[in-house]
Design a protein around this ligand. Structure first.
Ligand code: UDX
Length: 446
C-alpha cells in the first residue's frame, strides 16, 4: 500500500518506518530540510533503541524515503498520516496550527480520493476541523468533486520502546464511520493484528478521547501513588510495601504505580493540561485531572525540599552529584524532565551540579549551555568527585548496582537522595549511608 506520513517526529518517524518494515511503500514528509537530508542518509535525530537500524534497512530496501516535497507526498499515499506536533499554546490547549496546515496542503494538491489519518494527539473535534479545512480548500479550488475521509488513529507508543510498541501494539484504534476507510485501515494494519484482533473501530470523537483518556488515566495512577507516598512518609509507612500490597489486586495491577519524582515527557504533562483546558472551554470543571496536575507539579519539588532540609537550607556553595537527566530511562528526551526542576531550584539556592546521564548529555548542554554552576561529567563516577551528596533522578539500569565503596570515597558526605527507590533502605544504612527515598523513612541519620 502507498502511504505518506507528514511529520518525522517521534510518532511519524517510528510509524512510517514500521509500516515500511512490513512491506508498505512509505514517504515521510517534513518541512525541516536539514532533518530530511539527514534522515535520507539514515541518520536519525533522536535516541530510540533499534530505530536507526530499521530506518537504514528500509531505505536500502527502497520502501522508505524522506522528502520536503509535500506535493509528491500528497500524490503518493492513498493514506495520508498527519503526525505533526500539537504543542501547548499559551494556556495549555493543544495548538492545531501544524495539523491544519497539513490538512490544507493535502487538500490543495490532492487529485484523487484520500484518507487522511490523524495520528497526532489532538483534542476531540479535531477531525471535524480537519474535514472543514479540507472542504474549504477543495471548494476554493473548485475541486468539490474530490472525496476524502478523516480518520482518527491515535498512537500509544512509549519513548524508549517506541519500535517494539509500534510493532506489537496493545490495540489499534480506528475512529471513523466510513466503511471504505475501515476496510483500508484494516488492510494497512493487518500485519500487526494477525494473531489477536487488535483493531477496535469506533466513532471519530470516541477515538480522539480514547487517547487522552488513556494518558490521563496513567498520569492519574502516578499522581495517586505519589500522593500516597507523601502520606506514607509522614505516617511512618513504606510505600514499596503498600505498592505491592495494592498491586496484587488485579483490579489495580502492578503497572504504573511506581512513586517517583513526578511524570515528565512529551505526553502526560501536555495531555492532562490539554484535557483540562478542553473541559474548561466547554464549561466543565475537570476536578480529578486538575488534582493530578497539581500533585505532579508539587512532586517535582520534593527532592529539592529533602535536599534543602538535610542541609538546613544552606545550599550556597554546596555541590550535588546528579545521576539521570532524561525524564525516564532509554531516552535522551528532557521535555518536562523532573531533573530540570531540581537543577533550577538548586542553582537558585546557590548550589552547583555535577551531572551525568547515559544519553542526555548533549541535550542538557543544548538546554543549559555553559554555566559555571553545571558540570557535565563523562561518567557517573566522575560526577561524584567532591560532591556533598548524590541525587538520583532517573532510574537508568546502569545506576542500579553502584560501587558503594567508591561512593564513600568520592563523596564528601555519604548521603544519597533517591527519587526512584532504587535501593533497600536497610542495606544502605548498613553500608553507612544517609539515604532518602520516596514514600519511605529516611535512614542513617544520626
Ligand atoms: C506515555 C504513554 O505511556 C504512551 O502510551 C503515550 O503514547 C505517550 O505517553 P512516555 O511519555 O514515553 O509514554 O513515557 P512513560 O513510560 O509512559 O512514562 C511517563 C512518565 O511517567 C515518566 O516520567 C515516568 O518516569 C513516569 N512514571 C511512569 C512514574 O513516575 N511512575 C510509574 O509507575 C510509571
Amino acid at each position: 500500500m502507498n502511504i505518506t506520513v507528514f511529520g518525522t517526529g517521534y510518532v511519524g518517524l517510528v510509524q512510517g518506518t514500521i509500516l515500511a518494515e512490513v512491506g508498505h511503500q512509505v514517504i515521510c514528509v517534513d518541512v525541516d530540510a536539514e532533518k530530511v537530508e539527514k534522515l535520507a542518509q539514515g541518520v536519525i535525530p533522536i535516541y530510540e533503541p533499534g530505530l536507526e537500524a530499521l530506518v537504514n534497512e528500509n531505505i536500502q530496501a527502497g520502501r522508505l524515503s524522506f522528502t520536503t516535497d509535500a506535493i509528491a507526498g500528497v500524490a503518493h499515499g492513498d493514506v495520508q498520516f498527519i503526525a505533526v506536533g500539537t504543542p501547548p499554546d499559551e494556556d495549555g490547549s493543544a495548538d492545531l496550527k501544524y495539523v491544519l496546515k497539513v490538512a490544507e496542503t493535502i487538500a490543495e494538491h490532492m487529485q484523487a480520493h484520500r484518507i487522511v489519518v490523524d495520528k497526532s494527539t489532538v483534542p476531540v473535534g479535531t477531525a471535524d476541523k480537519v474535514r472543514a479545512k479540507m472542504a474549504e480548500v477543495l471548494s476554493s479550488r473548485s475541486k468539490d468533486s474530490l472525496t476524502f475521509d478523516v480518520v482518527s488513529n491515535p498512537e500509544f507508543l512509549k519513548e524508549g520502546s517506541a519500535v517494539a510498541d509500534c510493532q506489537k501494539p496493545d490495540r489499534i484504534i480506528i475512529g471513523t464511520d466510513n466503511a471504505h476507510s475501515v476496510e483500508v485501515m484494516r488492510e494497512l494494519y493487518a500485519p500487526f493484528s494477525r494473531q489477536h484482533e487488535k483493531i477496535i473501530v469506533m466513532d471519530v470523537r470516541s477515538a480522539e478521547l480514547t487517547k487522552y483518556a488513556a494518558n490521563c488515566m496513567l498520569a492519574t495512577k502516578i499522581s495517586f501513588m505519589n500522593e500516597i507516598a507523601n502520606l506514607s512518609e509522614r505516617l511512618g509507612a513504606d510505600i514499596e510495601a503498600v505498592r505491592q500490597g495494592i498491586g496484587s489486586d488485579p483490579r489495580i495491577g502492578y503497572h504504573f504505580i511506581y512513586p517517583g519524582v513526578g511524570y515528565g515527557g512529551s505526553c502526560f504533562p501536555k495531555d492532562v493540561q490539554a484535557l483540562v483546558r478542553a473541559a474548561d472551554a466547554i464549561g466543565f470543571d475537570a476536578k480529578v485531572l486538575k488534582a493530578v496536575e497539581a500533585r505532579n507539579y508539587l512532586q517535582k519539588t520534593t527532592l529539592f525540599e529533602k535536599i534543602s532540609q538535610h542541609f538546613n537550607g544552606e545550599l550556597a556553595g554546596k555541590t550535588l552529584a546528579l545521576w539521570g537527566l532524561s525524564f525516564k530511562p532509554n531516552t535522551d528526551d528532557m521535555r518536562e524532565a523532573p531533573s530540570r526542576v531540581l537543577m533550577e531550584a538548586l542553582w537558585n539556592a546557590g548550589a552547583k551540579v555535577q551531572a551525568f546521564d547515559p544519553e542526555a548529555m548533549e541535550e542538557t548542554q543544548r538546554l543549559y549551555g555553559n554555566r559555571n554552576d553545571l558540570t557535565l561529567c563523562g561518567t557517573k563516577e566522575a560526577a561524584l568527585k567532591g560532591a556533598d551528596a548524590l541525587v538520583i533522578v532517573t532510574e537508568w539500569q546502569s545506576f542500579r548496582a553502584p560501587d558503594f565503596a567508591l561512593l564513600h570515597q568520592q563523596l564528601r558526605q555519604p548521603v544519597i537522595f533517591d527519587g526512584r527507590n532504587m535501593f533497600e533502605p536497610v542495606r544502605l544504612a548498613q553500608k553507612g549511608f544517609v539515604y532518602y527515598s520516596v514514600g519511605r523513612q529516611a535512614v542513617g541519620i544520626s
